[in-house]
Structures are given as structure tokens and as C-alpha cells.
Design a protein around this ligand. Structure first.
Ligand SMILES: C[S@@+](CC[C@H](N)C(=O)[O-])C[C@H]1O[C@@H](n2cnc3c(N)ncnc32)[C@H](O)[C@@H]1O
Length: 284
């Protein structure tokens, strides 16, 4: 996925497609401008899974808006004025938060991607002084610490969705190293991440038991140019965080967004019920 800083992610287009009809502000416009529907359909056809596009889309439309909304709610609940988003892709959260002039937002992604995002948001809402777009590799503590200087004093809410699962172990460690540097410089800062970042070998096996799951993973691998790097199991995730001196708590995404998904088919509701938001920091 991150093969060169100019690389533009196409996996982010899957999220854009999933959020398209969610009612999330700017999501529809972003998906239309980036032609997410046509691009993702092409990828399914190319991988030989064209017949699964509609079913896959239903899964994306159920899971991805919940992930976005739950992460945003967790960030709002902490009540900080500073937001630093890692690997923001096409997610409109930064633009939504920056609509409140009291908020300060720095969005980061690899350089090719963040340039596209900045141009897109300029076209949609114009550029705002409280919303910055910075090219930064999330696994580079130096780049990340530089970006924090753009935010006013005080703790920072950091956000990460759909990045960690693509990073091999040494990059996962480097990413958490960046997060720790931010926490050290800005005490009270926390990282909000999603359970889709902390994917385990068991999760992948379960998904791949069905043809639809195999289609989803094949298309994601095609778009990103790589497969996921799952954690062996939940205990390994806990060890990983504790090993870095970090503590965490976990909340169900559905508890953060009450009423979400009530009209969905039972199979999809069940898939949503495993989604969580992890709040990671140095808690006493
Ligand atoms: C699946 S997309 C998720 C985008 C967004 N967070 C969302 O939920 O819509 C993954 C994103 O990670 C970015 N990315 C990949 N490697 C990265 C790295 N080392 N540092 C920063 N961003 C990275 C990609 O450019 C892409 O935008």
C-alpha cells in the first residue's frame, strides 16, 4: 500500500463508496467527484468478482459509515479542540470538524493522496485556516511530531481508521512510536483507532470462509497491492500496546451510535456488532 510517498491509495475509494449514501456530510460529493462507484466496480470485475459487487457494496454501506460515525463520536466525547488524523484518505471527518471554527484539524496522509484530498476539499468548501493538509508518513515520528506544531497548545485527539492492518510488524511499531511521541509532547493526548485496524488472523479466516469475504479481500489486495498483516490474536494486540507502555479501553461502535443499523438484515447486524473503537493512551 505505501510503496512510495507519491502513491495514491485506492482502498480509500472503498470507504468513499461505503459512505456515499450514508448522509455523512460531504461523503456523497467526495464519492461522486472521485468516481468511487465506477472505480470499485472495475476492480471487482478485474478480480473476477463482478457478480459480488452489489453484495459487497451492502457490506461496505453497513460497516464503513458506522466506523466513521463511531470514531467521530468518540473524538467529540473527549472534547479536545485539536484533531490529528492519520491516513485520512477521502474521509470527510476533518472537514466536518473544521466547520466549527473552535476546532483545529491537521489531516495527514502520504503526499500523493493528501494533495488530492486538499484539492478536493478546496473545490467543495474552500480552504479554512483551522484545517491543514500535511504529507506525513504515519510511521515517521519526525514527520508526525512536526505536524503537531501546527496545532495550538493542549492535548491532541489522534484518529486512525484503516491503516494499521496494512502495516507489517516493524511499521506497526514505528506507527505506535509516532503516537507515543505525540503523547509525550502533549500529555493527555489519545489515539482513537478502530477494530478494523486491529484485525486478527481469526477475523481474516472467518471472513474468507464465504465467497463474498474472499471477494472483498481479493479486491482490497488488488487495490492496495498487498495483503493485510493481521495480529495473531487479541492477546497479541494487548501485548503490543502494553509493550509500548500504552493502556486502552474498547467500546462497541454500535454503543457509540445508538440506533444505527436497526433496519439492516440480521446477518449484517451481526457483522456490525463486533466493531469497536479503541481509545489508546497513557491512562493512570
Ligand atoms: C483504507 S484507506 C483509509 C482512509 C481513511 N482513514 C478512511 O477511513 O476513509 C488507507 C489510507 O492509508 C494511507 N496510508 C497508507 N500507508 C500510510 C502511511 N505509511 N502513512 C500515512 N498514510 C498511509 C493511504 O494513502 C490511504 O489513504
Amino acid at each position: 500500500m505505501n510503496n512510495g510517498s507519491n502513491h495514491v491509495s485506492n482502498t480509500a475509494l472503498i470507504v468513499a463508496l461505503g459512505n456515499m449514501h450514508s448522509g455523512i456530510q460531504y461523503a456523497w460529493e467526495i464519492a461522486v467527484i472521485r468516481e468511487a462507484e465506477a472505480e470499485i466496480y472495475k476492480a471487482f470485475v478485474k478480480c473476477g468478482y463482478g457478480a459480488y459487487f452489489d453484495a459487497a457494496r451492502k457490506v461496505f454501506e453497513a460497516m464503513l459509515p458506522l466506523r466513521h460515525l463511531a470514531l467521530s463520536r468518540a473524538i467529540e466525547n473527549v472534547g479536545y479542540i485539536n484533531l490529528l488524523e492519520f491516513a485520512s484518505g477521502y474521509d470527510p471527518r476533518g472537514t466536518i470538524f473544521a466547520g466549527d471554527p473552535r476546532q483545529h484539524v491537521v489531516e495527514t496522509d502520504l503526499s500523493g493522496m493528501i494533495r488530492i484530498k486538499q484539492a478536493l476539499i478546496k473545490q467543495l468548501v474552500g480552504l479554512r485556516p483551522n484545517h491543514r493538509f500535511i504529507a506525513a508518513d504515519a510511521t515517521s515520528a519526525i514527520s508526525i511530531c512536526r505536524t503537531t506544531k501546527l496545532l495550538p497548545e493542549g492535548p491532541i485527539a489522534m484518529a486512525c481508521a484503516g491503516l494499521l492492518a496494512y502495516l507489517p510488524d516493524e511499521k506497526k511499531n514505528a506507527f505506535i512510536g509516532s503516537v507515543k511521541q505525540v503523547i509525550r509532547r502533549r500529555p493527555g493526548s489519545v489515539l482513537f483507532a478502530t477494530s478494523q485496524d486491529f484485525i486478527t488472523t481469526h477475523d481474516m479466516k472467518t471472513w474468507r470462509e464465504g465467497e463474498l469475504g474472499r471477494a472483498l479481500f481479493a479486491v482490497m489486495a488488488h487495490l492496495s497491492g498487498q495483503d493485510f498483516y493481521p495480529f495473531p490474536d487479541t492477546a497479541a494486540i494487548e501485548d503490543f500496546l502494553r509493550g509500548h507502555g500504552l493502556s486502552y479501553n474498547r467500546r462497541k461502535q454500535l454503543d457509540l451510535v445508538p440506533g444505527y443499523g436497526q433496519s439492516l438484515e440480521p446477518g449484517l447486524q451481526e457483522k456490525l456488532s463486533s466493531g469497536e473503537i479503541w481509545t489508546i493512551g497513557q491512562f493512570v
